[in-house]
Design a protein around this ligand. Structure first.
Ligand SMILES: [Zn+2]
Length: 329
């Protein structure tokens, strides 16, 4: 039974009234149970249920909510596990470069980000401190005093110093002395104009240690290689002009592979491998040659080298005049 509201002095239970032309229906049957979606007792015809019953919305969203919560839990567990496992290994991965520089800086930013969310990982058990022996590293007969001590600027030797041609030994002692040597190599390199790389024999230390920084204006790309070995050369090579701190005031074209694969250890003796490309590959090969007693003029074509001979003769004169002994060829 239906009727307009204004026509009904009283509305008996169980009667629905069409209140407006928009067919809004008011259900007043108090005997009906709650609609099951909310407490409104409007059941299937409940207008509130159609347009926004809170329980209905919750039911619709519940599967998505559970899925979202489960995904967040899995993500959190994965991050926690990787952070706890890998977080303790990252310091070892950083060692090929100077800590806090280069890609290590990006790792540091990632550390900060993950730490902010998950907190710091359980620190790896600290290795026992290794005392720095008083005896210097075995750097050879021309190793300058204090070359592996703190903050020592070393003199870059010039052609034809015999240390440039001497055999260089692999490093076997990995302790604080090696880090100090690497720092001193960087310090000595930056003291020279346009220095982008330096090998230990260039300062009279006949050990297989080399450093370089393709971007000397920034410390981001500082890199240290100990006992490096090139295990693969690219089939493609190019020719570019090079210079060397041991051959001042001259330069010449050298053919080099455009990329190389390298194995080495860091200054803690941890092995790593790397593929190096472009200008960095050229710098690496130049410094790597020094570790084999090879200098870049050895790779310059004879026709070009003839034009550089006056420069080489002048360097020999200066070396002898300064009291240098046993000039190398
Ligand atoms: Zn050089």
């Amino acid at each position: 039974m239906h009727g307009r509201l204004q026509d009904a002095p009283s509305i008996p239970a169980g009667v629905s009234v069409a209140a407006t032309p928009l067919e809004l229906q008011l259900h007043i049957d108090q005997r009906r149970p709650p609609c099951g979606l909310c407490d409104c007792r409007q059941q299937k015809t409940c207008g509130a249920a159609r347009v926004g019953c809170s329980r209905r919305r919750f039911r619709a969203l519940r599967p998505l909510s559970l899925l979202l919560i489960a995904s967040l839990a899995v993500l959190f567990a994965s991050l926690s596990a990787s952070w706890m496992v890998c977080g303790n290994r990252l310091p070892a991965l950083r060692q090929p470069s100077v800590p806090g520089r280069g890609w290590n800086h990006r790792l540091h930013v990632w550390d900060q980000l993950v730490s902010a969310v998950l907190g710091s990982p359980t620190p790896a058990p600290a290795p026992p401190p290794r005392p720095t022996p008083d005896t210097p590293l075995p750097g050879g007969p021309d190793a300058p005093p204090g070359f592996d001590s703190e903050n020592v600027e070393l003199t870059v030797l010039r052609y034809p110093h015999p240390a440039l041609r001497r055999q260089n030994q692999n490093v076997v002692a990995f302790d604080g002395r090696l880090r100090k040597l690497a720092d001193n190599l960087f310090r000595s390199m930056y003291a020279e104009d346009d220095g982008t790389g330096l090998a230990a024999p260039q300062v009279g230390v006949n050990l297989r240690v080399m450093v370089y920084n393709p971007e000397p204006g920034s410390t981001e790309s500082e890199t240290v290689f100990v006992n490096p070995k090139i295990v693969e050369y690219s089939g493609i090579a190019d020719i570019k002009t090079e210079s060397c701190l041991s051959f001042p005031n001259m330069r010449g074209p050298v053919k080099r592979s455009t990329w190389i694969k390298v194995q080495a250890v860091d200054w803690d003796g941890v092995p790593f491998s790397r593929t190096i490309r472009g200008m960095e590959a050229r710098i690496f090969q130049h410094e790597y040659d020094h570790l084999d007693g090879v200098v870049y003029v050895d790779r310059i074509a004879d026709s070009v080298l003839a034009g550089l001979q006056p420069n080489l003769d002048l360097l020999k004169e200066e070396y002898v005049k300064a009291g240098g002994q046993n000039p190398a060829t």
